[in-house]
Design a protein around this ligand. Structure first.
Ligand code: SAM
Length: 251
């Protein structure tokens, strides 16, 4: 039976990898690499570096597949995500069918943790349900960008006994109402913190967390929001892409 390992590699710092993930890396014959966009080269380099550093018997190989892109513009967001996941499913099926022998182990190196805003697990479940390929799979957890953010700012995510909600910049900008007093925002393409009405809200913002380019800014929105927008724009221009996450804490 083919085996697949979905391995969380942490969200930036090569030292975020866990001992369980290192053991998993050493079981893999074929790594499937699926990144896209301008961040592609740096993120692929980190994956290669992790393999070179931690794999003791280098019998493995990499297979790169160009990752389908989500249709943007006028199309409904949910429809475009479903179409993207179906295209990814076809790619995964081809990789598993054509690149992996029956007794071999394939590996997906997932940024951060596979359970957080990543479709790998959902796609593998969908393939199993569809019956187009037969395999077993395991998930190895990783350190998320949310944990990296909290650690770098030396802040607890929740207030004592209270809830934490994780959401997207898209939902925050659309006026999502949340009764959690700690809100973590990811995948923000539009400076959604500028839509928060209460400017006394504290923000703990982090970009390129765990990497040499890391930037951290924190304070009340009324004091730092403009600075974050400026720094964010400049960093995106300088690097060609940005990954950032932030915690919003109601006063
Ligand atoms: C597709 S999600 C993947 C999340 C990932 N699975 C995780 O566990 O963090 C990508 C989003 O994660 C956040 N992110 C990932 N790595 C980051 C980093 N090193 N610094 C800041 N934010 C990061 C950003 O919000 C980015 O838009």
């Amino acid at each position: 039976m083919k085996k697949l390992l979905v391995i969380g590699i942490g969200a930036g710092n090569p030292d975020y990898i866990t001992l369980q993930a290192v053991k998993a890396l050493n079981r893999v014959d074929v790594f499937f690499i699926m990144d896209k966009g301008q961040s592609k080269d740096k993120l692929i380099d980190l994956r290669r570096e992790l393999c070179e550093r931690h794999i003791t018997d280098p019998h493995y190989r990499f297979v790169e597949a160009s990752s389908p892109e989500r249709e943007r513009g006028d199309v409904d967001y949910r429809t475009s995500v479903d179409a993207l996941n179906l295209a990814k499913q076809r790619t995964f099926e081809r990789l598993i069918n054509e690149e992996l022998a029956d007794d071999q182990c394939g590996g997906f190196l997932v940024w951060g943790d596979p359970a957080l805003y990543d479709s790998t697990i959902r796609i593998l479940q969908a393939i199993l349900v569809s019956g187009t390929c037969a395999f077993e799979f395991e998930v190895i957890p990783g350190i998320t960008s949310v944990q990296a953010l909290a650690a770098q700012h030396k802040v607890a995510l929740n207030q004592i006994g209270r809830s934490v909600e994780i959401t997207t910049g898209r939902r925050l900008a659309a006026g999502q109402v949340s009764d959690a007093d700690s809100l973590v925002v990811m995948l923000d393409a539009q400076d959604a913190y500028q839509h928060v009405e209460d400017r006394q809200t504290e923000i703990y913002w982090g970009a390129y967390l765990g990497t040499p380019d890391e930037i951290l800014i924190s304070g009340k929105l009324e004091e730092v929001a403009q600075q974050i927008e400026r720094v964010r724009k400049a960093a995106r221009q300088a690097n060609g892409w940005i990954m950032d996450t932030y915690l919003l804490r109601k006063p």
